[in-house]
Design a protein around this ligand. Structure first.
Ligand SMILES: [Zn+2]
Ligand SMILES: [Zn+2]
Length: 347
């Protein structure tokens, strides 16, 4: 089969002919119909995030059709439409038993530690597949498995309750999903904070109140918009100390700040005025869980989560086109999302 592989850090991906993956007793072979090109893939190719062993097929946002099942697979059948949970977990360790498998001590990620979905086929454990209904296109199913899933997990971690208010810092792919999901979960007022006018316009179309941080302090704007109360939940999706600090400063009494964006820089928190005096919380939100993905797909099926403005571009399993899409992401960031359609259909 054909696969787009990273053979050397810092070099373009190469289209290679490789053997179809072997299908173990509890595995399924998925014919890839869609594989999202993610900002993480840019980091893997550039060597700014660890990846390996090489050569390796990238691609951790995958949807397709089951082509073959192992002899011990009972709940997944040939012909099923599925998405793939990118984390391969053992199911037996302490954290897996807790249902917190993102901390599995044997956890590995497809397209990072093992071959991913930039290929015609991928083999994964049957329990890593998520049923994908007809109403949700493969391209959307693939993208749901990464950024949207992370936003959903963050809203659950921050315990968003109906009627509460939410501020979303960063109106990119994660933000657009967070806005829609917050509203679907019953948030009354959702504020989208960004400095990019196009992103703020799109956020507004999804029902958020735009807060343009290029036009003045977003914390002051949020305080004004909430009559000085602040928001119940603030999600930081960018990974900057400055916006992490702003997320904490935007909180109401009993407010929860969910940190999703990644940085190695610290940020300041005034313990008394910003946390203790408000009984406010700062919560780290890492990845997402397999059982959250069924719910997420159902939100998409019901139209509560629409990705048609997020998936902007499609390409074939073509080295030049995919490397170019990665270059674009590297230069311009995550404003647009390209999805690889190896068979060309994507439906
Ligand atoms: Zn991703
Ligand atoms: Zn485990």
């Amino acid at each position: 089969m054909k696969a787009l592989r990273l053979t050397k850090i810092g070099e373009p991906l190469e289209l290679q002919e490789v053997a179809r993956p072997a299908v173990g007793g509890r595995d399924v072979l998925v014919r890839v119909e869609a594989a999202g090109i993610c900002h993480s893939d840019v980091h893997y190719r550039a060597g700014t995030s660890p990846v390996g062993p090489l050569p390796q097929s990238l691609g951790h946002e995958v949807a397709g059709v089951v082509e073959q099942v192992g002899p011990q697979v009972a709940d997944v059948a040939v012909g099923d439409r599925v998405c793939v949970h990118y984390l391969l977990t053992c199911g037996d360790c302490y954290y897996c038993t807790l249902g917190s498998e993102q901390f599995c001590v044997h956890g590995r990620m497809i397209g990072k530690h093992v071959d991913g979905g930039y290929a015609e086929y991928i083999a994964v454990p049957a329990r890593s597949t998520v049923p994908l209904p007809e109403e949700v296109p493969f391209a959307h199913g693939a993208v749901l498995m990464c950024s949207a899933a992370t936003s959903f997990h963050a809203l659950r971690k921050t315990r968003l309750a109906p009627g509460e208010s939410v501020a979303v810092f960063g109106a990119g792919g994660l933000g657009m999903a967070a806005i829609q999901l917050a509203r679907a979960l019953g948030a009354f007022d959702v504020y989208a904070v960004d400095i990019n006018a196009d992103k703020l316009r799109l956020a507004e179309r999804y029902g958020a109140v735009p807060v343009d941080a290029s036009q003045g302090d977003p914390v002051a704007q949020i305080q004004r918009l909430t009559d000085g109360r602040g928001v119940d939940v603030a999600l930081e999706l960018i990974g900057l100390p400055q916006t992490m600090r702003q997320a904490v400063q935007s909180l109401a009494i009993f407010g929860r700040a969910g940190l999703v964006g990644i940085t190695d820089q610290p940020f300041d928190v005034y313990s008394y005025t910003e946390l203790i005096g408000k009984e406010a919380e700062v919560i780290g939100c890492a990845d997402h869980l397999r059982h959250e993905l069924d719910l997420l797909v159902e939100f998409a099926r019901r139209g509560a989560l629409d990705l048609s403005d997020v998936v902007t571009d499609t390409v074939g399993l073509d080295a030049a086109a995919v490397n170019e899409a990665l270059d674009r992401l590297e230069r311009f960031g995550g404003q647009v999302r390209t999805v690889i359609l190896p068979t060309g259909s994507g439906r």
